[in-house]
Design a protein around this ligand. Structure first.
Ligand SMILES: Cc1ncc(COP(=O)(O)O)c(C=O)c1O
Length: 453
């Protein structure tokens, strides 16, 4: 039931969900008067907390000036200003933005652009998008086709494109031998194998979360991995799409996760932190080479868009939010990430914790029944979910997940609080999560299968 999000169908959203009536800084207040620490920034969205000043007046001004235009026929300064700022912030080499309304749309746009670009540049067969297992790129059918999140895919598999998937960038469970660099290069080599299997003439793009999000939170490889990915993509004329919907805007310690590796993608999908939750907005950043294929007088056309693409109100709010991001905020995020790790230090060697990983202000805690063999718990024990519930009882909202091992087995918890979270809230998270893991360990410790075997 936790993914049931219908309002007004059979009585509304899951009645067990607490109703939130107020949100301030890193705190959410429920209708029952409970004050929760938002240790997941919603869904890794509210990077700047829930009370950034000035958003209301920016929205009101834009609404009274120009609330909506159709981007099929008109231009407006707010989306232009937003695009300029995005181009300025993102890595050099990305020089244009296609503005949409959600992360899924940003990825759909990237996938269609990849096909349209190759078609326009003399490679009309290139169409497939290679993704990775244990990844998530969105809920729409194209985005889900590239995603490797088995549980979110399974019901819809007859409707999905049969695009290849390679193993995830998941050092904790890699089977490769050698130094971290050698393992990283071997893992990246899976892309070359997949391209050769499908035929380079058929492959348009490769999409990856540079630091994994909800499916294997905070998993990240040695930088050699992405350097090798870049090399392979260049060799086979495959566009590299970095899905930074969750990792963008300081989440992993750098402005963008690719900055950790010194690699520039051909396209970058942005969402979530782009407005930090103050309006629905997302963007597909594209390289100059791609933009030029469509911009020239005799260039190809890219017929694509949504009614709310480049929405003026979302764009104005986006501009205001982007002004808040700067070196200070990113440094604060790194420092708060380290403080949160310190508050959770007792878990690093906990018998139920197989892997404790951090990238900036994103932490992934992977639970195992046996640390030595890395054996996960029986999925029916719902270990991640139980830790989540225990933490909620202690006033802390976290982001649980499962399926990290093979899409079915594997439990984890993601922590991704606002980058600006205060010390007191960090202490509360630390205490609540430590106690919650301890409580669940007490119930299921040493139990691998639900029948106790
Ligand atoms: C990495 C990543 N890509 C894409 C999406 C989809 O974004 P949206 O839910 O805004 O469509 C998500 C959402 O969680 C995500 O984490």
């Amino acid at each position: 039931m936790d993914e049931t999000l219908f309002y007004k169908w059979g009585g509304g959203i899951d009645p067990a969900f607490p109703e939130i009536v107020e949100a301030q800084d890193a705190y959410l207040v429920t209708a029952d008067g409970d004050r929760l620490v938002d240790a997941a920034a919603g869904a890794a969205v509210a990077n700047l907390g829930h009370s950034v000043p000035g958003v209301g007046s920016v929205a009101a001004d834009q609404l009274s000036e120009v609330a909506y235009i159709s981007t099929s026929h008109f231009a407006h300064e707010a989306p232009e200003r937003l695009t300029d700022r995005l181009v300025e912030m993102t890595p050099d080499g990305l020089s244009a933005a296609f503005l949409v309304g959600s992360g899924s749309e940003a990825n759909e746009t990237a996938f269609k652009l990849a096909r349209a670009y190759h078609h326009a540049t003399g490679n009309p067969e290139k169409h497939a998008v290679i993704g990775r297992w244990q990844s998530y790129h969105g809920a729409t059918l194209g985005a889900l086709s590239a995603s490797g999140n088995t549980s979110r895919r399974s019901l819809y598999s007859p409707q999905l494109n049969e695009w290849p998937h390679i193993p995830p960038a998941y050092p904790y469970r890699w089977p490769y031998e050698g130094s971290p660099q050698e393992q990283a290069i071997a893992a990246a080599g899976e892309l070359e194998t997949a391209i050769l299997q499908v035929g380079p003439e058929n492959v348009a793009a490769f999409v990856a979360e540079p630091v994994s999000g909800a499916s294997i939170p905070a998993a990240h490889p040695d930088p050699a991995y992405y350097r090798e990915i870049r090399r392979i993509c260049d060799e086979y004329d495959v566009l590299f799409i970095a899905d930074e919907v969750m990792t963008g805007f300081g989440r992993t310690g750098e402005p963008f996760a690719v900055d950790r590796y010194g690699v520039v993608p051909d396209m970058m999908s942005l969402g979530k932190g782009i407005t930090a939750g103050y309006a629905p907005l997302a963007a597909t950043m594209v390289s100059e080479g791609i933009a030029r294929a469509f911009d020239a007088d005799d260039g190809a056309s890219f017929w694509h868009g949504h009614t709310f693409s480049a929405n003026p109100v979302s764009s104005a709010i986006g501009c205001h939010v982007l002004e808040q991001y700067g070196p200070d905020v990113f440094e604060t995020g790194r420092e708060r990430g380290r403080a949160l790790e310190a508050a959770l230090e007792a878990l690093v060697d906990h018998p139920m914790v197989g892997d404790f990983r951090r990238a900036g202000a994103m932490i992934g805690i992977e639970f195992v029944a046996d640390r030595e063999s890395k054996e996960p718990f029986d999925p029916s024990l719902s270990v991640g979910r139980r830790v989540y519930e225990e933490a909620m009882d202690r006033g802390v909202y976290t982001y649980p997940g499962s399926g990290s091992v093979d899409g079915h087995r594997g439990d984890h918890l993601m922590l991704a609080p606002p980058l600006t979270i205060g010390e007191e809230a960090i202490e509360t998270i630390g205490r609540a999560v430590r106690e919650s893991v301890e409580a669940v360990h007490h119930e299921v410790g040493g139990v691998v299968r639900a029948d106790g075997g």
